[in-house]
Design a protein around this ligand. Structure first.
Ligand code: GLA
Length: 383
């Protein structure tokens, strides 16, 4: 069996595809894939999740374009390039059970990709239960699977795949992309308690949310291209934020046309907030960390335009209940919020949100809302 966790991004939102660092953590919730080898070239898989048909496709033929089958197809493409496995064409029989809400911004789709990839590596003799990939290999695999996911879904970065493969229990993972570097940052549970609350509004990658996501990726690139005309060192966002102090970049944003000005302002300011937040986490300063969460939400709402009324209401409810900070997490456009509580307020915040309608997973709740414990957990593994 392969298990791959979902993730909650603490901060660094909509910047991974700009090459800028992010700070997510793995959840204890995730996707479990039980699997067995087949002698032929078929991939067949069921899921306990309601509303999803059985997946059935043959390796080397046109893979499914919709449903969770496309994520298994991405796993096949990601590990099948020859670098990871011998050119074996044996398929698999699989069954998936997940305790992550689907399309909730908690990366259930990348979890399917990673679980599928670990299953294929196991069946092709590259990985055995209990064994983990060397760090270099895990980094390479995260990158290859992110690329493969581009072929079937949105044009995101490699945050989700990286934290799923690289997480450490009790730690957030600081992920830098240029150059690639994973640094676990301890989360002191005596000061930081994270919760993830699903707003109940799906962020469907195959639908409108996916189209808006890809538009944001294009706009962030276009903003950089225009900025290059009047700003030195603008070959990439990492080069830009290294070369210029933030006030200078914010002033430069004013020289861009709308909506590119806002997109640019969000990306460069989020880079500053992410490095500040990583420092606050290391220093154990939960109050300051909470403030960066609030500022990030405001920037995503106003400048990047990826919040929704449900997410704004959820974030407000968490703060009213005494959270140190809260913001949308993941792509937004529906989905979930990450909430930071101090240990002494955690029970009260849980109680208030639960009362308002965010019920624990497993209990029927209006619109499928959930409140999940987001204590940082370990990486994907084979059992
Ligand atoms: C999605 C993508 C990630 C990242 C986030 C936004 O989860 O898959 O790569 O871009 O959105 O931060």
């Amino acid at each position: 069996m392969a298990f791959a966790p979902g993730r909650v991004n603490l901060i660094g939102e909509h910047v991974d595809y700009c090459g800028l660092p992010v700070l997510p953590a793995a959840l204890s919730h995730g996707v479990a894939l039980a699997f067995a080898a087949r002698r032929d070239e078929r991939v067949r898989c069921l899921t306990t999740e309601a509303g999803f048909d059985e997946v059935d496709f043959t390796l080397g033929q046109t893979p499914p374009a919709a449903g969770f089958g496309r994520y298994l197809a991405a796993a096949v493409a990601g590990v099948g390039a020859g670098r990871w496995t011998p050119a074996s064409r044996a398929g698999l029989d699989g069954a998936i059970a997940s305790d992550l809400p689907v399309a909730a911004g908690l990366s259930s789709s990348s979890a399917v990709v990673i679980a599928g990839a670990l299953a294929l590596l196991a069946l092709r003799g590259r990985l055995t239960p209990g064994e983990s990939l060397p760090r270099e290999d895990a980094m390479r695999l995260a990158h290859d699977l992110a690329e493969a996911e581009h072929g079937v879904a949105i044009q995101g970065g490699a945050m989700d795949q990286s934290v799923c493969l690289g997480a450490a229990p009790g730690h957030a993972l600081h992920i830098a992309f240029e150059p690639a570097r994973w640094t676990p940052v301890p989360v002191d549970s005596g000061r930081f308690r994270f919760l993830a609350a699903y707003s109940g509004r799906r962020a469907d990658k195959g639908g409108a949310a996916g189209a808006i996501f890809d538009e944001r990726v294009r706009q962030a690139r276009e903003a950089l291209r225009v900025a290059r005309e009047f700003l030195p060192h603008a070959d990439s966002y990492p080069a830009l934020v290294t070369a210029h102090p933030l006030p200078e970049l914010l002033a430069a944003a004013d020289g861009l046309p709308a909506p590119l000005a806002g997109r640019f302002r969000h990306v460069v300011s989020e880079a500053g907030r992410t490095s500040a937040a990583a420092k606050h986490l290391e220093d154990g300063d939960a109050t300051a960390f909470g403030e960066t969460l609030d500022a990030s939400h405001e920037s995503l709402r106003r400048d990047y335009a990826v919040s929704t009324p449900d997410l704004d209401e959820l974030v407000r409810a968490a703060r009213d209940a005494g959270a140190l900070g809260a913001r949308l997490t993941g792509a937004g456009l529906g989905g979930s919020a990450v909430i930071l509580a101090s240990p002494d307020r955690e029970a009260a915040i849980r109680a208030r949100l639960t009362e308002r309608y965010y019920l624990p997973r497993g209990i029927a709740a209006p619109r499928g809302t959930h409140l999940l414990d987001a204590t940082p957990s370990g990486p994907a593994a084979l059992y």
